[in-house]
Design a protein around this ligand. Structure first.
Ligand code: HEC
Ligand code: HEC
Length: 284
Protein backbone atom coordinates (compact mmCIF):
# COMPACT_ATOMS: atom_id res chain seq x y z
CA UNK A 1 0.00 0.00 0.00
CA UNK A 2 2.63 2.43 1.10
CA UNK A 3 4.62 1.53 -1.98
CA UNK A 4 1.76 2.53 -4.24
CA UNK A 5 0.73 5.57 -2.20
CA UNK A 6 4.14 7.18 -2.15
CA UNK A 7 4.41 8.16 -5.81
CA UNK A 8 1.00 9.78 -5.63
CA UNK A 9 1.94 12.60 -3.22
CA UNK A 10 5.11 13.09 -5.23
CA UNK A 11 3.10 13.47 -8.39
CA UNK A 12 0.72 15.80 -6.66
CA UNK A 13 3.47 17.90 -5.22
CA UNK A 14 5.05 18.22 -8.66
CA UNK A 15 1.72 19.25 -10.08
CA UNK A 16 1.23 21.73 -7.27
CA UNK A 17 4.71 23.11 -7.76
CA UNK A 18 4.13 23.48 -11.47
CA UNK A 19 0.83 25.13 -10.77
CA UNK A 20 2.45 27.54 -8.34
CA UNK A 21 5.17 28.37 -10.83
CA UNK A 22 2.59 28.80 -13.57
CA UNK A 23 0.45 31.08 -11.43
CA UNK A 24 3.53 33.01 -10.38
CA UNK A 25 4.74 33.50 -13.94
CA UNK A 26 1.39 34.61 -15.22
CA UNK A 27 0.45 36.90 -12.36
CA UNK A 28 3.70 38.07 -10.81
CA UNK A 29 4.59 40.64 -13.47
CA UNK A 30 1.13 42.12 -13.20
CA UNK A 31 1.29 42.10 -9.44
CA UNK A 32 4.72 43.70 -9.19
CA UNK A 33 4.57 46.11 -12.10
CA UNK A 34 0.90 46.97 -12.13
CA UNK A 35 0.30 50.64 -11.50
CA UNK A 36 -2.40 53.05 -12.46
CA UNK A 37 -2.31 53.90 -16.15
CA UNK A 38 -0.36 57.04 -16.85
CA UNK A 39 -2.53 60.11 -17.14
CA UNK A 40 -2.33 63.37 -19.04
CA UNK A 41 -0.84 64.90 -15.86
CA UNK A 42 2.12 62.51 -16.11
CA UNK A 43 2.31 63.57 -19.73
CA UNK A 44 2.68 67.18 -18.65
CA UNK A 45 5.58 66.37 -16.34
CA UNK A 46 7.23 64.31 -19.07
CA UNK A 47 6.67 67.01 -21.63
CA UNK A 48 8.33 69.58 -19.36
CA UNK A 49 11.26 67.27 -18.79
CA UNK A 50 11.86 65.95 -22.30
CA UNK A 51 10.13 68.07 -24.91
CA UNK A 52 10.04 71.78 -24.00
CA UNK A 53 13.59 72.28 -25.18
CA UNK A 54 12.38 71.82 -28.74
CA UNK A 55 8.57 72.09 -28.76
CA UNK A 56 5.77 74.29 -27.55
CA UNK A 57 2.08 73.52 -27.67
CA UNK A 58 0.50 76.66 -29.03
CA UNK A 59 3.58 78.85 -28.46
CA UNK A 60 5.07 78.65 -31.96
CA UNK A 61 7.90 76.65 -33.51
CA UNK A 62 11.18 76.18 -31.69
CA UNK A 63 13.75 73.64 -32.89
CA UNK A 64 10.78 71.41 -33.70
CA UNK A 65 7.23 72.22 -34.75
CA UNK A 66 4.53 73.68 -32.52
CA UNK A 67 2.59 70.58 -31.48
CA UNK A 68 -0.80 72.22 -31.26
CA UNK A 69 -3.18 70.35 -33.53
CA UNK A 70 -0.77 67.46 -34.07
CA UNK A 71 -3.35 64.82 -33.05
CA UNK A 72 -5.60 66.16 -35.80
CA UNK A 73 -3.01 66.34 -38.53
CA UNK A 74 -1.36 62.93 -37.93
CA UNK A 75 -2.88 59.58 -37.22
CA UNK A 76 -2.47 57.97 -33.84
CA UNK A 77 -0.43 55.01 -35.08
CA UNK A 78 2.06 57.28 -36.82
CA UNK A 79 2.42 59.50 -33.73
CA UNK A 80 2.94 56.49 -31.47
CA UNK A 81 5.57 55.07 -33.80
CA UNK A 82 7.23 58.45 -34.10
CA UNK A 83 7.49 59.03 -30.37
CA UNK A 84 8.75 55.50 -29.76
CA UNK A 85 11.52 55.72 -32.36
CA UNK A 86 11.68 58.82 -34.55
CA UNK A 87 15.09 57.71 -35.84
CA UNK A 88 13.64 54.46 -37.16
CA UNK A 89 10.63 56.15 -38.72
CA UNK A 90 12.98 58.51 -40.53
CA UNK A 91 15.34 55.70 -41.54
CA UNK A 92 12.41 53.76 -43.02
CA UNK A 93 12.02 56.55 -45.58
CA UNK A 94 8.69 57.71 -44.17
CA UNK A 95 7.58 60.66 -46.33
CA UNK A 96 6.17 62.76 -43.45
CA UNK A 97 9.37 62.34 -41.44
CA UNK A 98 11.55 63.24 -44.42
CA UNK A 99 9.49 66.33 -45.17
CA UNK A 100 9.60 67.46 -41.52
CA UNK A 101 13.35 66.94 -41.37
CA UNK A 102 13.95 69.27 -44.30
CA UNK A 103 11.52 71.82 -42.93
CA UNK A 104 13.19 71.86 -39.51
CA UNK A 105 16.71 72.61 -40.71
CA UNK A 106 17.80 68.98 -40.87
CA UNK A 107 17.84 68.64 -37.11
CA UNK A 108 16.49 65.13 -36.52
CA UNK A 109 14.31 64.62 -33.48
CA UNK A 110 16.34 62.41 -31.11
CA UNK A 111 15.10 59.02 -29.96
CA UNK A 112 14.24 59.73 -26.33
CA UNK A 113 13.83 56.06 -25.37
CA UNK A 114 10.25 56.54 -24.24
CA UNK A 115 8.21 53.57 -23.03
CA UNK A 116 4.81 52.85 -24.60
CA UNK A 117 3.14 54.07 -21.39
CA UNK A 118 5.02 57.34 -21.55
CA UNK A 119 4.06 57.77 -25.19
CA UNK A 120 0.38 57.27 -24.32
CA UNK A 121 0.64 59.80 -21.51
CA UNK A 122 2.38 62.33 -23.75
CA UNK A 123 -0.19 61.93 -26.51
CA UNK A 124 -3.00 62.30 -23.98
CA UNK A 125 -1.41 65.50 -22.77
CA UNK A 126 -0.77 66.90 -26.24
CA UNK A 127 -4.34 66.09 -27.22
CA UNK A 128 -5.82 67.56 -24.03
CA UNK A 129 -5.91 71.11 -25.38
CA UNK A 130 -3.27 72.31 -22.92
CA UNK A 131 -0.79 74.94 -24.06
CA UNK A 132 2.80 75.19 -22.89
CA UNK A 133 6.01 77.00 -23.70
CA UNK A 134 6.82 80.04 -25.70
CA UNK A 135 8.12 81.89 -22.64
CA UNK A 136 9.89 85.10 -23.53
CA UNK A 137 13.43 85.36 -22.18
CA UNK A 138 14.87 88.60 -20.84
CA UNK A 139 17.21 90.54 -23.15
CA UNK A 140 20.62 88.91 -23.35
CA UNK A 141 23.99 90.58 -23.19
CA UNK A 142 26.78 89.33 -25.48
CA UNK A 143 29.64 90.37 -23.17
CA UNK A 144 28.05 88.78 -20.13
CA UNK A 145 27.29 85.68 -22.17
CA UNK A 146 30.94 85.38 -23.11
CA UNK A 147 31.98 85.82 -19.47
CA UNK A 148 29.66 82.94 -18.53
CA UNK A 149 30.93 80.83 -21.41
CA UNK A 150 34.60 81.12 -20.50
CA UNK A 151 34.01 80.99 -16.74
CA UNK A 152 34.88 84.58 -15.83
CA UNK A 153 31.38 84.78 -14.40
CA UNK A 154 29.92 81.92 -12.33
CA UNK A 155 26.49 80.39 -12.91
CA UNK A 156 24.04 81.02 -10.10
CA UNK A 157 23.26 77.32 -9.69
CA UNK A 158 26.88 76.27 -9.95
CA UNK A 159 26.97 74.63 -13.39
CA UNK A 160 30.36 74.23 -15.13
CA UNK A 161 31.60 76.78 -17.65
CA UNK A 162 30.72 75.88 -21.22
CA UNK A 163 34.31 76.31 -22.35
CA UNK A 164 35.46 73.24 -20.45
CA UNK A 165 33.71 71.15 -23.11
CA UNK A 166 33.03 73.47 -26.04
CA UNK A 167 34.92 75.68 -28.42
CA UNK A 168 33.33 78.63 -30.15
CA UNK A 169 34.43 81.60 -32.22
CA UNK A 170 35.40 84.61 -30.18
CA UNK A 171 37.01 83.02 -27.11
CA UNK A 172 40.59 83.32 -28.30
CA UNK A 173 42.76 81.15 -30.48
CA UNK A 174 43.30 78.37 -27.94
CA UNK A 175 39.60 77.57 -27.87
CA UNK A 176 37.83 75.39 -25.35
CA UNK A 177 37.44 71.69 -24.60
CA UNK A 178 36.31 69.21 -27.20
CA UNK A 179 34.10 66.79 -25.30
CA UNK A 180 31.16 68.67 -26.83
CA UNK A 181 30.84 69.97 -30.40
CA UNK A 182 32.21 73.35 -31.51
CA UNK A 183 29.29 75.73 -31.03
CA UNK A 184 30.23 78.15 -33.80
CA UNK A 185 28.34 76.03 -36.31
CA UNK A 186 26.43 73.76 -33.92
CA UNK A 187 24.82 76.44 -31.80
CA UNK A 188 22.77 79.21 -33.36
CA UNK A 189 23.39 78.09 -36.93
CA UNK A 190 21.96 74.67 -36.14
CA UNK A 191 19.12 75.51 -33.77
CA UNK A 192 18.23 79.08 -34.66
CA UNK A 193 16.14 80.90 -32.08
CA UNK A 194 15.28 77.51 -30.62
CA UNK A 195 18.77 77.51 -29.09
CA UNK A 196 17.52 79.69 -26.23
CA UNK A 197 14.94 77.11 -25.22
CA UNK A 198 17.38 74.26 -25.88
CA UNK A 199 19.41 75.64 -22.98
CA UNK A 200 16.42 75.66 -20.64
CA UNK A 201 16.44 71.85 -20.47
CA UNK A 202 18.85 70.35 -22.98
CA UNK A 203 17.49 67.05 -24.24
CA UNK A 204 20.82 65.46 -25.23
CA UNK A 205 22.46 62.93 -22.93
CA UNK A 206 25.52 64.69 -21.54
CA UNK A 207 24.01 68.13 -21.53
CA UNK A 208 20.88 66.90 -19.80
CA UNK A 209 22.91 65.14 -17.12
CA UNK A 210 24.74 68.37 -16.33
CA UNK A 211 22.01 70.98 -16.52
CA UNK A 212 19.12 69.02 -15.01
CA UNK A 213 20.54 69.52 -11.54
CA UNK A 214 22.17 72.90 -12.04
CA UNK A 215 19.73 74.67 -14.37
CA UNK A 216 20.64 77.95 -16.01
CA UNK A 217 18.55 80.95 -14.97
CA UNK A 218 16.51 82.67 -17.71
CA UNK A 219 18.96 85.60 -17.68
CA UNK A 220 21.95 83.25 -18.06
CA UNK A 221 20.19 81.48 -20.93
CA UNK A 222 19.49 84.79 -22.61
CA UNK A 223 23.09 86.01 -22.20
CA UNK A 224 24.56 82.75 -23.51
CA UNK A 225 22.11 82.75 -26.39
CA UNK A 226 23.11 86.31 -27.31
CA UNK A 227 26.80 85.39 -27.20
CA UNK A 228 26.39 82.20 -29.26
CA UNK A 229 24.23 83.94 -31.82
CA UNK A 230 26.83 86.65 -32.16
CA UNK A 231 29.61 84.07 -32.45
CA UNK A 232 27.92 82.15 -35.23
CA UNK A 233 27.07 85.29 -37.15
CA UNK A 234 30.66 86.55 -37.04
CA UNK A 235 32.01 83.14 -38.14
CA UNK A 236 35.50 82.29 -36.97
CA UNK A 237 36.94 81.10 -40.28
CA UNK A 238 37.19 84.22 -42.47
CA UNK A 239 38.05 86.53 -39.56
CA UNK A 240 40.73 84.26 -38.16
CA UNK A 241 42.23 83.57 -41.59
CA UNK A 242 42.45 87.28 -42.31
CA UNK A 243 44.07 87.84 -38.93
CA UNK A 244 46.61 85.11 -39.53
CA UNK A 245 47.35 86.42 -43.04
CA UNK A 246 47.80 89.95 -41.73
CA UNK A 247 50.04 88.74 -38.93
CA UNK A 248 52.11 86.78 -41.42
CA UNK A 249 52.50 89.77 -43.71
CA UNK A 250 53.37 92.16 -40.88
CA UNK A 251 55.73 89.60 -39.39
CA UNK A 252 57.49 88.95 -42.70
CA UNK A 253 57.84 92.68 -43.35
CA UNK A 254 59.34 93.19 -39.90
CA UNK A 255 61.81 90.33 -40.42
CA UNK A 256 62.87 91.68 -43.80
CA UNK A 257 63.37 95.13 -42.31
CA UNK A 258 65.41 93.69 -39.45
CA UNK A 259 67.48 91.60 -41.80
CA UNK A 260 68.14 94.63 -43.94
CA UNK A 261 69.14 96.64 -40.91
CA UNK A 262 71.52 94.14 -39.32
CA UNK A 263 72.83 92.01 -42.12
CA UNK A 264 72.58 94.46 -44.98
CA UNK A 265 75.55 96.43 -43.72
CA UNK A 266 77.47 93.32 -42.74
CA UNK A 267 76.92 91.70 -46.11
CA UNK A 268 77.87 94.83 -47.95
CA UNK A 269 80.83 95.32 -45.65
CA UNK A 270 82.01 91.77 -46.31
CA UNK A 271 81.06 91.53 -49.92
CA UNK A 272 82.89 94.61 -51.12
CA UNK A 273 86.38 93.64 -49.93
CA UNK A 274 85.80 90.10 -51.20
CA UNK A 275 84.77 91.38 -54.60
CA UNK A 276 87.63 93.80 -54.69
CA UNK A 277 90.05 91.02 -53.85
CA UNK A 278 88.55 88.81 -56.54
CA UNK A 279 88.70 91.57 -59.14
CA UNK A 280 92.19 92.45 -58.10
CA UNK A 281 93.21 88.83 -58.49
CA UNK A 282 91.52 88.64 -61.90
CA UNK A 283 93.32 91.77 -63.09
CA UNK A 284 96.70 90.29 -62.25
C1 HEC B 1 16.23 68.09 -29.74
C2 HEC B 1 14.93 68.58 -30.13
C3 HEC B 1 13.68 67.74 -29.93
C4 HEC B 1 13.22 67.15 -28.78
C5 HEC B 1 13.89 67.09 -27.43
C6 HEC B 1 11.91 66.61 -29.10
N1 HEC B 1 11.62 66.86 -30.40
FE1 HEC B 1 9.90 66.36 -31.36
N2 HEC B 1 10.65 67.09 -33.08
C7 HEC B 1 11.85 67.74 -33.23
C8 HEC B 1 12.05 68.10 -34.62
C9 HEC B 1 13.26 68.84 -35.18
C10 HEC B 1 10.92 67.64 -35.31
C11 HEC B 1 10.64 67.74 -36.80
C12 HEC B 1 11.05 66.47 -37.47
C13 HEC B 1 12.54 66.30 -37.58
O1 HEC B 1 13.23 67.24 -37.99
O2 HEC B 1 13.02 65.21 -37.23
C14 HEC B 1 10.04 67.01 -34.30
C15 HEC B 1 8.80 66.45 -34.59
C16 HEC B 1 7.91 66.02 -33.64
C17 HEC B 1 6.56 65.58 -33.90
C18 HEC B 1 5.88 65.53 -35.25
C19 HEC B 1 5.23 66.87 -35.48
C20 HEC B 1 4.38 66.92 -36.69
O3 HEC B 1 4.09 68.04 -37.14
O4 HEC B 1 4.00 65.87 -37.18
C21 HEC B 1 6.00 65.25 -32.71
C22 HEC B 1 4.61 64.73 -32.45
C23 HEC B 1 7.01 65.46 -31.70
N3 HEC B 1 8.15 65.93 -32.30
C24 HEC B 1 6.81 65.25 -30.36
C25 HEC B 1 7.82 65.34 -29.40
C26 HEC B 1 7.64 65.00 -28.00
C27 HEC B 1 6.34 64.58 -27.38
C28 HEC B 1 8.85 65.18 -27.40
C29 HEC B 1 9.22 64.91 -25.95
C30 HEC B 1 9.02 63.57 -25.50
C31 HEC B 1 9.78 65.65 -28.41
N4 HEC B 1 9.12 65.73 -29.60
C32 HEC B 1 11.10 65.97 -28.18
C33 HEC B 1 12.76 68.01 -32.24
C34 HEC B 1 12.67 67.55 -30.94
C1 HEC C 1 30.88 68.51 -19.31
C2 HEC C 1 30.89 68.89 -20.67
C3 HEC C 1 29.92 69.97 -21.16
C4 HEC C 1 29.67 71.21 -20.65
C5 HEC C 1 30.25 71.84 -19.40
C6 HEC C 1 28.75 71.86 -21.56
N1 HEC C 1 28.44 71.01 -22.59
FE1 HEC C 1 27.21 71.43 -24.16
N2 HEC C 1 27.46 69.53 -24.87
C7 HEC C 1 28.31 68.58 -24.33
C8 HEC C 1 28.23 67.35 -25.12
C9 HEC C 1 29.01 66.07 -24.86
C10 HEC C 1 27.30 67.61 -26.16
C11 HEC C 1 26.84 66.64 -27.27
C12 HEC C 1 25.44 66.18 -26.99
C13 HEC C 1 25.29 65.52 -25.65
O1 HEC C 1 25.79 64.42 -25.46
O2 HEC C 1 24.68 66.14 -24.77
C14 HEC C 1 26.84 68.99 -25.97
C15 HEC C 1 25.93 69.63 -26.79
C16 HEC C 1 25.63 70.98 -26.74
C17 HEC C 1 24.80 71.68 -27.69
C18 HEC C 1 24.13 71.04 -28.90
C19 HEC C 1 25.15 70.94 -30.00
C20 HEC C 1 24.66 70.12 -31.17
O3 HEC C 1 25.49 69.84 -32.07
O4 HEC C 1 23.48 69.74 -31.23
C21 HEC C 1 24.74 72.98 -27.29
C22 HEC C 1 23.99 74.10 -27.97
C23 HEC C 1 25.52 73.09 -26.08
N3 HEC C 1 26.05 71.85 -25.77
C24 HEC C 1 25.69 74.27 -25.36
C25 HEC C 1 26.37 74.35 -24.16
C26 HEC C 1 26.44 75.56 -23.36
C27 HEC C 1 25.86 76.90 -23.73
C28 HEC C 1 27.14 75.25 -22.24
C29 HEC C 1 27.42 76.13 -21.04
C30 HEC C 1 26.25 76.71 -20.42
C31 HEC C 1 27.53 73.84 -22.34
N4 HEC C 1 27.04 73.34 -23.52
C32 HEC C 1 28.27 73.15 -21.40
C33 HEC C 1 29.11 68.73 -23.22
C34 HEC C 1 29.13 69.84 -22.39
Amino acid sequence: MTQSVRPVPKGISVVIMLAVVFVFITTAPKATFARPLMQASDGEALFKEKCVACHTIGGGDLVGPDLQGVPERRDQAWLTQWLLAPDQVLASGDPIASELLVKYKNVPMPNLALTPDQVDALLAYIGSGATIGGTVLPTGDVTRGKAFFVGDKRFENGGPQCMSCHSIAGIGSLGGGNLGPDLTANGYTKYGDGLASFLSSPPTVTMNAIWKNTPLTPQEQADLFAFMKNASVSQREPGALLQIALLAIVGAAALIALAQFYWGKRLKGMRRPMLERTFAAAKK
